[in-house]
Design a protein around this ligand. Structure first.
Ligand SMILES: [Zn+2]
Length: 430
């Protein structure tokens, strides 16, 4: 498989290629997918009548619950053909399993190869991977294969442990790190405390995963600012999910993650499942192209963001996605305003007095959303308390409940055996 350069083709050529691949997908689903075969029959849909991307709207949507409840019905191949069983992290509800064939793994390698090229990587680069390669984490294996395809070098360190990361950076001299942005901040903090001159190290770029580094208007958010003010490196944001088996990656222009058009069709839909205009928030809905094991048609990811379709200065003509505004299910309706946990995280990151936090949302006795912020602060004196509350009031215009907790208590809330990610949001709503 080699599609290098597809993103630079004229918009019409890209579209034509997607429509051809869509028809191949529909025929494949009709012949091999128990779930979609039934769905097409129930809705009396003849796949041969589907010609354009607009025709996609004739199909019903697929929800996360469908995969959770009927996981095996999505499988299009004999189990003997499965090479990898991956799984989502289960941030919301029970995890979703996605099985990959050898061809799917090759597709994943190609996807990540393209992503690293978009993020200005080359065969000369040495990548330090600060993330897990086990625990059924698809992205870990994707990065590894993508860098191999690129011809770059890999240092597999795994997540956490700043001391070890720095020791290896100094010894092995990576040019690019792949890490969660809040962990990059921890690296900077450790370097400061141990007199490491970070701007004299070999690292020039960071591919950021799992967290936003930009505001919805694409300016760097507080996390992105804190990193780049301390460390003279270029940041590249990414967005991906297990279900789509595809990544959206920023180029150096930093104006949204580029779509890999030969691997995915993306729709951004409103509350009534109608397409939204560019620059308008909506739910990302995906159709996988070229997937053999568990292809998905019009799958609602639950992630809310905006899309941009004006040409990018890098010369690619592909659609781009804004930073994720939030998870649809996590949307909080608080005293007349709509807010996502990620906006609260950004706000709490801005407050110097707050060392760490967990946001809890519950339903109060009149059925409305209530926010409780668990804050770990170095010194919970009345002066700091006043400053924190005033800041929240000024920025949110409404006051959430605040509870000060110890470092131990916050860690206990953030880490659970079942999850491989830090939890900073607890949803107790009914
Ligand atoms: Zn670009």
């Amino acid at each position: 498989m080699n599609f290098t350069g597809t993103a630079y083709q004229p918009v019409d050529t890209i579209r034509q290629m997607q429509e051809e691949k869509l028809q191949q997908l529909l025929t494949y689903l009709k012949n091999h997918s128990p779930f979609y075969k039934k769905l097409f029959e129930q809705h009396n849909i003849h796949v041969s009548a589907i010609k354009t991307l607009e025709d996609l709207t004739l199909f019903p949507l697929t929800a996360k619950e469908d995969i959770q409840k009927q996981n095996e019905d999505f499988l299009c191949v004999d189990k003997k053909q499965i090479i990898e069983y991956t799984s989502t992290s289960g941030t919301l509800g029970s995890p979703v399993s996605i099985a990959l064939t050898e061809n799917d793994l090759q597709r994943l390698a190609y996807n990540e190869y393209n992503s690293f090229i978009t993020a200005d990587g080359s065969a000369d680069d040495i990548y330090q991977l600060m993330l897990t390669l086990d625990r059924q984490f698809m992205a870990g294996i994707a990065y590894h294969m993508g860098i191999r395809k690129l011809g770059g070098s890999i240092i597999r360190v795994g997540p956490g442990v700043p001391a070890l990361q720095w020791e290896i950076i100094q010894r092995q001299k990576p040019t690019i790190i792949v890490a969660v942005p809040s962990f990059i901040l921890k690296l900077i903090q450790y370097a400061k405390e141990h007199a490491i001159d970070i701007n004299k190290t070999s690292v020039k770029k960071a591919v950021c995963i799992g967290e936003n580094i930009r505001n919805p208007d694409l300016s760097l958010n507080i996390l992105g600012k804190k990193i780049t003010e301390a460390w003279n490196i270029q940041l590249y944001s990414t967005y991906a999910s297990t279900e789509m088996q595809t990544a959206f990656t920023e180029c150096s222009a930093g104006c949204g993650g580029h779509l890999n058009p030969e691997l995915l069709i993306v729709e951004v839909l409103d509350e009534n499942n109608k397409p939204v205009a560019a620059n308008t928030p909506g739910e990302i809905t995906i159709t996988t192209l070229g997937v053999e094991g568990m292809p998905l048609l019009r799958y609602k990811t639950g992630d809310v963001c905006m899309y941009f379709n004006e040409p990018c200065t890098c010369g690619r003509n592909t659609l781009r996605l804004s930073p994720i505004l939030g998870r649809k299910k996590q949307m909080i309706k608080f005293k007349g305003t709509t807010i996502y946990p990620s906006a609260l995280f950004d706000l709490l990151n801005e407050i110097n007095e707050v060392n760490d936090y967990v946001v809890e949302v519950s339903t109060n006795d009149v059925g409305l959303d209530e926010i409780l912020l668990h804050l770990y602060v170095a010194d919970a004196n009345s002066e700091n308390d006043y400053r924190i509350r005033s800041y929240l009031q000024a920025r949110l215009r409404v006051s959430p409940f605040v509870k000060y907790v110890s470092e131990d208590e916050i860690k206990k809330m953030q880490f659970s055996e079942a999850s491989r990610k830090i939890t900073r949001f607890i949803d107790k709503r009914i």
